[in-house]
Every structure is written in structure tokens, then in C-alpha cells.
Design a protein around this ligand. Structure first.
Ligand code: SAM
Length: 250
């Protein structure tokens, strides 16, 4: 059987399509893409004129079966999405799962992804983090999702859309409080790349004051909840207090 390549594409800057990604996209028999028109435009810039066919969230199940047939016939195929790494808030999970079940070799190339790009430039703790994808669009569900994360100690990464950014920041502030540290990374690798850093209230004020900050593509990173002091430390402190009191009591 052939190989299924998972190929990340730029999240803004065309220079980020790696030489290896270009080579793989040249060599495969065909490329599965989320939006064929959008991807043909990208491929054209690299003089790649392979067959491109649609694989998006509405036809993934049905298309996956056909892709696997082609792989089993010995063709190498690649999967790309509109931007960044496929399967990361993008289609591909069903295909990769089925390919693995069918015993097909899957090769995932490293490359652009808004999560790692935002995190690596944000300056919030990166030793442990959780990716939460897009927040629910409905206000009530969005609040519920955030409330469930109130005591999450790891740094939290969210994708957000410009249509909802103002409401999202409002909910973030009311759930996590005005003082929690955050970063909003916008238009990464593009001309108007911006990192806003501060408390949730500070970042929110900047976004409200400047409508340009409400445009484009954005990642929100929220600092984790302060970890509770561990019980040994608390006990040791209590013991010291009691000893001090004893010295002063008759
Ligand atoms: N697969 C992509 C990846 O690897 O990052 C993510 C696809 S998801 C449908 C699109 C979301 O990713 C945007 O709404 C935004 O939250 C984030 N994103 C993508 N490109 C970005 C960029 N250049 N700057 C900031 N955020 C970006």
C-alpha cells in the first residue's frame, strides 16, 4: 500500500511551507484538501499542479473510504487543510483513524500550527498546557465550558473567531476574574502580528479600545489557576505558629 502524508501548510507566511512539505506535495499522486480552490491557489505558488480533491468535515467519512482504497492500490496521498496542521481544529481525524485501522503507513510532517506558535511567543508557562479548541458559540455553553476550567492549573490555549472575541473576553473575565494573566496572539506570521499581554481586564480593555484588535485570526492563552499550597507546607506553617504562640502564652 501507499503512504498517507499529513502535511502542515502556512498559517499566514508562505515561507513557512517547508522544503520537505513541498517535496512530498510534489511527489504524491493526489492531495486531499479542505477547500480545493483555496489550496490550489497555495499550491500554484509552489508550482505544484497535482490532483486536488475535497475532504472536509461534511464528506470526510465517505471520502475516507475512497482515500483508503486508493492507498491500498499503492498510491501515496497527502492531506492538507486550509492552514496549519491538519486534524488540529481541522478535518482528518476520521481519515487517519481509518488508515491506521487498515494498516496503512501514516507519516505526519512537523510544521506550522497556531497553538505552538502562540505558546512559544507568549511568555506564559509552557511546561504543561491544555488545548481547548474553539469555545462553544452559544453563551450559556461557553460559560459552562469556562467554569469547568476555573481551577485548571495548566496554561489554557483557545482558538477564537473575530466575531466572538469581544464576548469571549467578557466571559473569560467574569469566570477567571479580572486579574488572571493572559495573552492574545493575533495574525501570527502575518503583517499585523500582535501579542497583547497582561491581566484579562487589561487585554480586554485594549481590544475594546482598538477595533483592529477585533479582526483577523487569534489565539487566546490564559494562565493556569495558582496551585494550592501543598498540605505539608501548610502543616509546617501551622506548627511554627503554634510554637510561637506557646512561647508567649503563660
Ligand atoms: N489547523 C490550524 C492550526 O494548525 O493552527 C487551525 C485551524 S482553525 C480552523 C483556525 C483557527 O486557528 C483560527 O480561528 C485561529 O484561532 C487559529 N489561527 C490560525 N492561523 C492563525 C494565525 N495566523 N494567527 C493567529 N491564530 C491563528
Amino acid at each position: 500500500p501507499g503512504i498517507l502524508y499529513i502535511v502542515p501548510t502556512p498559517i499566514g507566511n508562505l515561507g513557512d511551507l517547508s522544503p520537505r512539505a513541498q517535496q512530498v506535495l510534489q511527489q504524491v499522486a493526489a492531495i486531499a484538501a479542505e477547500d480545493t480552490r483555496h489550496s490550489r491557489q497555495l499550491l500554484q505558488q509552489f508550482a505544484i499542479d497535482n490532483e486536488v480533491f475535497a475532504l472536509h468535515e461534511h464528506n470526510e467519512r465517505e471520502r475516507a473510504a475512497r482515500v483508503i482504497e486508493r492507498l491500498q492500490r499503492g498510491e501515496d496521498l497527502a492531506l492538507i487543510s486550509d492552514a496549519g496542521t491538519p486534524l488540529i481544529s481541522d478535518p482528518g481525524y476520521v481519515l487517519v483513524q481509518q488508515a491506521r485501522q487498515a494498516g496503512i503507513k501514516v507519516v505526519a510532517l512537523p510544521g506550522p500550527c497556531a497553538i505552538t506558535t502562540a505558546l512559544s511567543g507568549a511568555g506564559l508557562a509552557t511546561d504543561r498546557f491544555t488545548f481547548e479548541g474553539f469555545l462553544p458559540a452559544k453563551p450559556q455553553q461557553r460559560r459552562k465550558t469556562l467554569e469547568a476550567l476555573l481551577t485548571e492549573p495548566r496554561t489554557m490555549v483557545f482558538y477564537e473567531s473575530p466575531h466572538r472575541i469581544v464576548h469571549a473576553l467578557e466571559d473569560l473575565q467574569s469566570v477567571f476574574g479580572a486579574e488572571r494573566e493572559m495573552v492574545m496572539a493575533r495574525e501570527l506570521s502575518k503583517q499585523f502580528e500582535t501579542f497583547l499581554h497582561g491581566s484579562i481586564a487589561e487585554v480586554r480593555a485594549q481590544v475594546l479600545a482598538d477595533s483592529n484588535q477585533q479582526r483577523g485570526e487569534m489565539v487566546l492563552i490564559i494562565g493556569g489557576a495558582a496551585v494550592q499550597q501543598d498540605t505539608d507546607e501548610v502543616n509546617a506553617q501551622a506548627l511554627r505558629t503554634v510554637q510561637l504562640l506557646r512561647q508567649h502564652l503563660p
